[in-house]
Design a protein around this ligand. Structure first.
Ligand code: PRP
Length: 183
């Protein structure tokens, strides 16, 4: 049986540190959304956010709904491109009453989240914030900063905990740097 752990050059964020990051982010969100009328919708951006989102939502105490969107960007597997297309949208009649927190695994160029925030605000959402597990500020191409950031990382190609290379490795329980000969 193939062992994807063997395709990892080194572990960047182990499971214990991931739990600490998720707890800290959940506490920050709980504190900011503590008002009676603040029941945010966590909107996960498929597919990379799935692992992070399922951990985050269970670490939060604040009542929250969940939903998902899927977007595509054009380009090859390792270089994010400039275009964002919505493949799966929210289907909710009540967006003007909603406080949305978009959940991402990683911010790279910043184009996906910048686009989604303005898209959801244009659809009438009362507020839109963003939370990302990982941030690669070195790679930013547009002016965008998430409200909640788990960890800034260097510009290495990371896999695991939801993150893929060519759709592989999402099931690894930690974030690792892929071996260069596997790209
Ligand atoms: C990744 C990631 C973000 C986006 C970030 O998604 O999950 O959605 O790229 O890049 P950006 O800041 O340059 O816009 P990807 O397109 O790889 O899809 P996936 O979530 O299905 O892996």
């Amino acid at each position: 049986m193939a062992n994807w752990n063997d395709h990892v050059d080194h572990v960047l964020i182990d499971e214990a540190e991931l739990r600490e990051i998720v707890s800290r982010l959940a506490a920050q969100i709980d504190s900011d959304y503590s008002g009676e009328d603040k029941n945010p919708i966590l909107v996960g951006v498929l597919k990379g956010s799935v692992t992070f989102m399922t951990d985050l939502m269970r670490a939060m105490k604040c009542p929250a709904q969940i939903d998902f969107m899927r977007v595509s960007s054009y380009g090859n597997s390792t270089v994010a491109s400039g275009n964002v297309n919505i493949i799966l949208d929210l289907n909710r009649p009540n967006l003007p009453n909603e406080d949305i927190i978009v959940v991402e695994d990683i911010v790279d160029s910043g184009r996906t989240l910048k686009y989604l925030v303005s898209y959801l605000l244009n659809k009438g959402a009362r507020s839109v914030r963003t939370v990302t597990l990982l941030d690669k500020p070195e790679r930013r191409e547009v002016d965008f900063t998430p409200e909640y950031i788990g960890k800034e990382i260097p510009n290495a190609f990371v896999i695991g905990y939801g993150l893929d290379y060519a759709e592989k490795y999402r099931t690894l329980p930690y974030v690792g740097v892929i071996r260069s000969d596997k790209i």
